[in-house]
Design a protein around this ligand. Structure first.
Ligand code: DC
Length: 335
């Protein structure tokens, strides 16, 4: 007898979500293990206490998995457990090597079973990398590593210290005494500079150009890249930046280069800034974006450029959902 395990999470506790997600999970388990419904001896579910609206076993029956014994049970409360999580174990007499399936947030439960995947999304400022990366990561149940936030955190330190960014020796001293950490709270990245959460202050417009300037320095890039590689090795993530596909993770098979016209990018960035309460005229945003593009593309070390094997996406006439779906389709093709 072989046991195949799987898990998924639902966004909200309602009957429809339970039905859709249970079907999606079982369909995926049967598909990747090349089984038919008759191959199942029994399917056992357990779910966290916050899944109350519908029995997973009943959802399985309604989805057509009715030729075997079905059972669901409630799990005890475990501190730190995933929210709204449905787990499954399916027994079969078929002599297979079980392939376990973890969908949505549940992928984090068993990274030992699910291969680590790193999806690199590079592109210029305002191309929508961050928004799209968050969507793709959330769909796949993995985390999003925004590498720009790390350069921004260091730029903030230089800004606060009034450092002369043209003096590389001085910057080297500062960076060697700087601690930048990325932590996740409920799946959302928080960036810490010397122990302080700077996730909001690094988004100020005056930090953007400075981040581009300090990111051209060798000592800064070396430290950031080393940390980014370590993080990517330890977890599946969508990692966005300028040099991920070309330099940080050249071996990853999932690479995308996202761009849009400078005008579209400036419009998006101006809207984002306004929503955060940073009011900046469109013309100023556009000229800053053009200046940053030039700096990022022409710097000597790891300039912004498309990796030869990256998939090019022009998002000028696509919304974020469309771009995310396009990327997800490409990733699924290669998985
Ligand atoms: O993506 P962003 O706008 O938050 O990035 C801020 C700056 O950091 C960007 O202008 C260039 C630099 N950067 C980089 O050089 N390499 C990365 N992987 C990410 C960002």
């Amino acid at each position: 007898m072989k046991a195949i395990r799987g898990a998924t999470t639902i966004e909200r506790d309602n009957a429809e979500q339970v039905k859709v997600c249970v079907k999606e999970l079982l369909d995926a388990i049967f598909k990747v293990n090349e089984l038919t419904r008759e191959d199942a001896v029994c399917i056992i579910f357990s779910s966290t206490k916050d899944v109350r609206s519908f029995y997973p076993a009943k959802a399985a029956r309604e989805a057509g998995y009715s030729s075997c014994a079905l059972f669901s049970a409630e799990e005890p409360d475990i501190k730190g457990a995933l929210k709204r999580c449905i787990r499954v174990m399916m027994l079969t007499e078929k002599e297979i090597t079980p392939k376990h399936v973890y969908l949505h947030g549940a992928a984090m439960l068993r990274q030992d079973l699910t291969k680590i995947i790193n999806i690199a999304i590079d592109g210029p400022a305002g191309s929508g990398k961050s928004t799209v990366s968050k969507m793709v990561a959330s769909k796949l149940g993995i985390l999003h590593l925004d590498t720009g936030a790390m350069y921004r955190a260091f730029a903030l330190k230089c800004f606060n210290e009034g450092a002369d960014t043209s003096d590389e020796e001085a910057i080297e001293k500062i960076i060697s005494a700087t601690d930048i950490q990325v932590k996740y709270e409920n799946g959302v990245q928080h960036t810490y500079l010397d122990g302080n959460d700077v996730s909001e202050s690094i988004r100020k417009p005056e930090i953007s150009l400075l981040a581009s300037t300090v990111s051209a320095l060798k000592c800064v890039r070396e430290k950031m890249v080393e940390q980014q590689r370590k993080t990517a090795e330890s977890m599946s993530c969508v990692i966005d930046g300028r040099d991920i596909g070309t330099h940080v993770l050249p071996q990853t098979k999932f690479k995308f280069f996202l761009t849009a016209t400078p005008e579209v990018r400036a419009t998006r960035r101006a809207e984002e800034n306004a929503a955060k309460g940073f009011n900046q005229a469109y013309e100023d945003v556009l000229s800053e974006i053009i200046k940053r593009d030039k700096q990022d593309k022409t710097r000597k070390i790891s300039p912004l450029t498309q990796a030869d094997d990256a998939v090019f996406v022009d998002s000028s006439e696509m919304n974020a959902e469309e771009v995310a779906q396009f990327i997800l389709n490409k990733v699924q093709e290669k998985i």
